[in-house]
Each structure stands twice: as structure tokens, then as C-alpha cells.
Design a protein around this ligand. Sequence first.
Ligand code: ZN
Length: 211
Amino acid sequence: MTALAFLPFGRFGQDVEHVLSASEHFEFHTVRPGEGGPPRPAPLAVVTAGSTPLAVVEAAVRAAGFGRQVLWLPLLLEPSEFSVGPWIGRGAACLECYDARRAQHDGSQGRSDTARAVWDAAAHAQLWPHLPSQARLAAGVAIERLFCLAGEGATASRDDLRSVVRWRSATGDLHNHRVLARGGCEHCAVPRPARSGDPLVTLVETLAKAG
Ligand SMILES: [Zn+2]
């Protein structure tokens, strides 16, 4: 059975842990934030769940002894939605690109920033409630993501690893997005587009030579 590490945060993390522990396909070794080191033998990846800000979660993953080489999957509960993914770590997405894309596609960034600041403060106190069904659904999506990573259900491609499944409470719909790496990101190693490939730049260069 494939071994995985699991870092739970707060009540949501505990409820997800309860569901994952019943898995017949994966063996989860719970690592309490701030306690001990990573389990041995080394797990395939790390799964986290909670309403804790992702920067704090990432710091806890590193503090538990998992370096940037190790992939981790965040299950994040927010006030009006929860999300599963993307895989973060070498060969997948990085938190900086994910944060940048979330800000880029947020149509109400000002309000979101305000709400997130309040939420970040409240999340530490584990004030956000959730339904048990949300924890079960998040755990189910996480299992699907793990099958993808382990190659038991499909061959995990970089696009697969970068996908985020988001469930919005207002509509009840599940959406799947892909986190595009920022050009020049040192973690995602995406080269910046060559200037010579820009049609406008090429036209200007051609006109300059002709002139
Ligand atoms: Zn990146």
C-alpha cells in the first residue's frame, strides 16, 4: 500500500483525516504540525488539510522535514469554498505562482484582500465552520488526485499535477483549473518568451532594418 504523510490543521483537518484513514489504497501517516520529523520510510507525498493560510501550511511542511523536492497537496477550506490542489513542489506548481494566478483571476481583488486578511487572522483560531460533507468531498477529490500521482488511475502529467479542483458553496459546482507558471519562475523553470518571437517586435526590427 502506498504510504503518504498527512498534516491536519484544525477541525477540518481532523474530519478529512477521519475519511482518509479508511482508505483501502493509501496508508496515511499523520504528522502533527510542530511535532517530530517525517515518517520512515519516506512517503510518496504529503497531504495537508485545514483552513490555515497556505504560506503557514508550507512552512509547517518544511518544518516537518519535507524539502522542496517533496510534493504536497493542500486541501484548503475558505469561507465560501474549498479547494484541492495544485500539487506543490518540484516538477509541479509552486506557491508563488499559485498565489499570483489567484490574484490575477480575482475580479474583486480589493475585497478579497480585505476578506482574506480577516480570514487569515480568524483561521488561526479555527473559527470557520464546515459541513461534514465538505470534508468527505474534499477527501474524495484528494484520493482521486493521489491515484493520478501514483499512476494507478492515469499517468500523471505536469498539467495534471498543476490542476486545482474548487468547490463553491454558492453554486455547489466543482470547477477544475490549471495553474500556469509565471514566465521566468525560478521554481517552475519556465523560460521567459523570447522577444524575437513577438510579432510586433519582429515588425519593428524589420522596419528599422529597411529604414
Ligand atoms: Zn512557479
